[in-house]
Ligand binder design. Structure first.
Ligand code: SOE
Length: 387
């Protein structure tokens, strides 16, 4: 029997919880999914705060007990928008309860845990997807289509930078993103994971890496309160246990070369998630800070007219764009989450595979881990191929 409704259980209600709530609220209005998402229940540790969040965002119910909630009969999909340290436990519990699982990035912190998550969703036969949301910015989806159509020929260079500046001030207080036990790593896993996913999406598997991570600011004021990327200091100081930046070189399985840089200490760069891909016949460039634009250079253009053209990916024929506003009425960050909610709903409703799935998430973790190993061994390191 066709699925008419998709009952969603969201876990997490901070920055990502809001982004996911927005997506579930919007998707059935701007898109026509084959099952209608229902905002069934949202979970968080603080019972009072989660009840308020549920009311504000339109969730039918709120719970401070995710263990029981993910097993509820009226839940179809568990959406994990909580810090990375809890992804593994929640995803496995949800899969064992027969629920489809949507999970924030990075999938988890180690290849070993990623494999456990992958085994659990495969055993349960449920759908699984990782929210690498930037794949779903229309200009990035367009870049994928153009590469597949051979517009830039054989890919030779992949140049990824993901730069932010919200930790430049040494007085910016501690929060969970600066603690290894909660976040796994710093810029490396938080930002580098996005770049690795985009590179894999656009250019294929990464085979070998060599790189480094570094922490410049090793102690910060203790945390008082924090929300999203803002925080208020409390008493005393705390040791930072993650990296501020990571850099690595990559060799792709298809012969392409890659450079990757991720940092949260680049003054002026707010969410500068950028790639430049050079192929045998042309180049493609995208940066989130101008997210609707895709730059394209083609060696096939007449020599007198060669140059980068800026394609504004807001035409009805561009991926996802036709579901929103007339051409030129720009899309933003939140739309990429709505696109993910739509694609996930379609995969579940039509029993189709999701992308990126937990295998992609695990392969991304394998690249992150290989960079760590390369730093320890000071040498090129093979990336484990996850089966
Ligand atoms: C903070 O660095 C952050 O919110 C990341 O956690 C997100 O994944 C990225 O999309 C924006 O920046």
């Amino acid at each position: 029997m066709a699925l008419e409704k998709l009952n969603v259980c969201l876990i997490g209600y901070k920055f990502m919880g809001k982004a996911h709530s927005q997506a579930w609220r919007t998707v059935g209005r701007f898109f026509d999914p084959d099952a209608q998402p229902v905002m069934k229940v949202v979970c968080g540790r603080d019972a009072e705060a989660i009840a308020k969040f549920a009311e504000r965002w339109g969730w039918e119910d709120a719970s401070a007990d995710w263990q029981t909630t993910v097993r509820r009969d009226d839940v179809d999909v568990v959406d994990i928008a909580a810090p990375g340290s809890v992804h593994c436990e929640i995803a496995i519990a949800a899969a064992e309860a027969g629920k489809h699982v949507f999970c924030e990035k990075p999938l988890t912190f180690t290849v070993a845990d990623s494999k456990k998550m992958l085994a659990a969703v495969r055993k349960a036969g449920v759908k699984h997807m990782v929210n690498f949301n930037y794949r779903r910015c229309p200009a990035v989806s367009l870049a994928k289509q153009m590469i597949e159509a051979g517009e830039i020929g054989e890919v030779r260079h992949v140049r990824c930078t993901y730069l932010q500046d919200w930790l430049v001030d040494p007085d910016f207080p501690m929060n969970w993103r600066l603690r290894k036990d909660a976040a796994g790593s710093g810029a490396h896993g938080d930002l580098g994971a996005h770049s690795i996913d985009l590179a894999r999406f656009l250019a294929g598997e990464i085979a070998e890496v060599v790189g480094m991570t570094k922490t410049f600011i090793t102690e910060r004021p203790a945390e008082g309160t924090s929300d999203g990327l803002t925080a208020v200091a409390g008493e005393g100081t705390e040791q930072v246990t993650v990296d501020d930046c990571s850099m690595f070189l990559a060799q792709f399985a298809n012969g392409a070369t890659g450079t990757f840089e991720a940092t949260r200490l680049a003054p002026g760069r707010k969410n500068h998630n950028r790639f430049e891909i050079n192929g045998s016949k042309g180049s493609l460039v995208w940066c989130f800070e101008d997210l609707n634009m895709l730059e394209f250079y083609s060696t096939s253009d007449p020599s007198t007219q060669q140059g980068f053209r800026r394609i504004m990916a807001t035409e009805g024929e561009h991926p996802y764009a036709g579901n929103w506003w007339p051409p030129g009425h720009m899309l933003g960050y939140e739309h990429s989450f709505t696109h993910a909610a739509y694609d996930l709903t379609q995969s579940i409703a039509n029993d189709q595979p999701c992308a990126p799935d937990f295998h992609d998430g695990a392969q991304c973790v394998a690249v992150l881990e290989a960079v760590d190993h390369s730093q320890e061994s000071k040498s090129w390191t093979d990336v484990e191929i996850i089966k």
